[in-house]
Write a protein that binds this ligand. Structure first.
Ligand SMILES: Cc1cc2nc3c(=O)[nH]c(=O)nc-3n(C[C@H](O)[C@H](O)[C@H](O)COP(=O)(O)O)c2cc1C
Length: 346
């Protein structure tokens, strides 16, 4: 079973990726989306979202990270994809699923699912712009208002040469409300030419039993997990048949998370960031609920520090934030797109 860690903008950033991949069981991550409008982004824009690029594109636990781009202009996405490929990393993923109003209003994310032809042109342009050995993948929902074009979109993505397609088994209109329509993933997958493109199932996998059912319903041998992994860092291990993770093993991960947050996040936001993860953990761990209740009104990082010290889980040596700790990564190959002048219009 191949397991991917889902992109989650505003929640699952490089810090949480670092911590969750330490837990084990994850084969690859996809980064939060990097928005592309009408210019070629500077290196720092990619590194801000994917600091793992400074470490050969790997989390500290050695799990590869693929960066995700979001936009609607094929040529501009292609230029930025070429630039991204020049920075190393493990491929380029394209976002056709974001439901946010602001993003959709500027023709990005799920709104493109009403235009399979444009989706095909985007994927084809990106495929052409990056070297053949760099994988190109896409992530889509079943549709915008309804799922009638799910097959058209998947075919357009496959024909344009994508290696993989993650299908989040809901439309934009469904938002994040259960259920996820796994059976539609099976139908889309079966409608594609055999062997052309790997299909990965996503949505509402909260337990090993969910993963087994999702696999059986969709026929997919690869799954992507998001909220389930954030609320239970042992979920990937459990799905892989390697046991789960009791609270006693989650606590040291929380401590590593806190140390990194302390190094990367502005002081006034640190406690909030810690509680954001606790808020998800309490879905699965009653101990997290107790911690959340205790720290609910706290905004002082020293209280969080004291809470962790009290439980004797802070490592003796501070863990440096991802970017600072890693070696400068020098790509072996030059940037591939001559058109990609940084900061210039695409
Ligand atoms: C807070 C949040 C942020 C998300 N950000 C992204 C994103 O940047 N790119 C993307 O393709 N999907 C994004 N998603 C969708 C998730 O990757 C995933 O498809 C969705 O959560 C369903 O999977 P799950 O049930 O395992 O969580 C986001 C979801 C949430 C809840």
């Amino acid at each position: 079973m191949t397991l991917l860690l889902a992109p989650m903008e505003g929640l699952l950033d490089a810090t949480l990726r670092d911590v969750l991949t330490r837990a084990g069981g994850i084969d690859r991550c996809v980064s939060e989306f990097i928005r592309v409008t009408d210019t070629v982004l500077p290196e720092r824009a990619f590194l801000r979202v994917v600091p793992e690029l400074l470490n050969g594109g790997f989390t500290r636990a050695g799990v590869p990270v693929r960066a995700q781009l979001l936009g609607s202009d094929p040529a501009c996405l292609a230029d930025n994809a070429a630039r991204l490929a020049g920075l190393g990393g493990h491929g380029v993923d394209l976002n056709f699923g974001c439901p946010a109003k602001t993003v959709n209003q500027s023709r990005g994310g799920a709104v493109l699912l009403d235009e399979p032809e444009l989706i095909g042109r985007i994927v084809a342009a990106v495929r052409r712009a990056v070297p053949a050995h760099v994988p190109v993948s896409a992530k889509m929902r079943l549709g915008f208002n309804d799922d009638q074009r799910a097959e058209d979109n998947a075919h357009a993505i496959a024909q344009a040469g994508a290696d993989e397609l993650v299908i989040h088994a809901r439309t934009k209109a469904h938002g994040y409300r259960p259920p996820a329509y796994w059976e539609r993933i099976a139908q889309v997958r079966q409608s594609l030419p055999a062997g052309r493109m790997r299909v990965i199932a996503n949505g509402e996998i909260w337990s090993a039993a969910d993963a087994a059912r999702c696999r059986a319903v969709t026929g997919c041998d690869a799954l992507m997990i998001g909220r389930g992994m954030v609320s239970d860092p042992g979920l990937a291990l459990a799905i892989q048949g390697l046991g789960g993770m009791p609270w006693s093993q989650v606590l040291p991960l929380l401590a590593v998370f806190w140390q990194q947050v302390s190094g990367r996040v502005e002081r006034r936001h640190r406690a909030g960031r810690f509680k954001q993860w606790l808020n998800h953990l309490r879905k699965r761990h009653p101990e997290a609920q107790a911690a959340f209740d205790e720290l609910r009104v706290c905004n002082d990082p020293q209280h969080v520090q004291a809470w962790l010290m009290h439980r004797a889980v802070l490592p003796a040596t501070p863990v440096a934030p991802v970017a600072a700790a890693t070696r400068r990564f020098r790509p072996e190959k030059p940037i591939t797109s001559p058109a990609a002048e940084i900061g210039q219009p695409c």
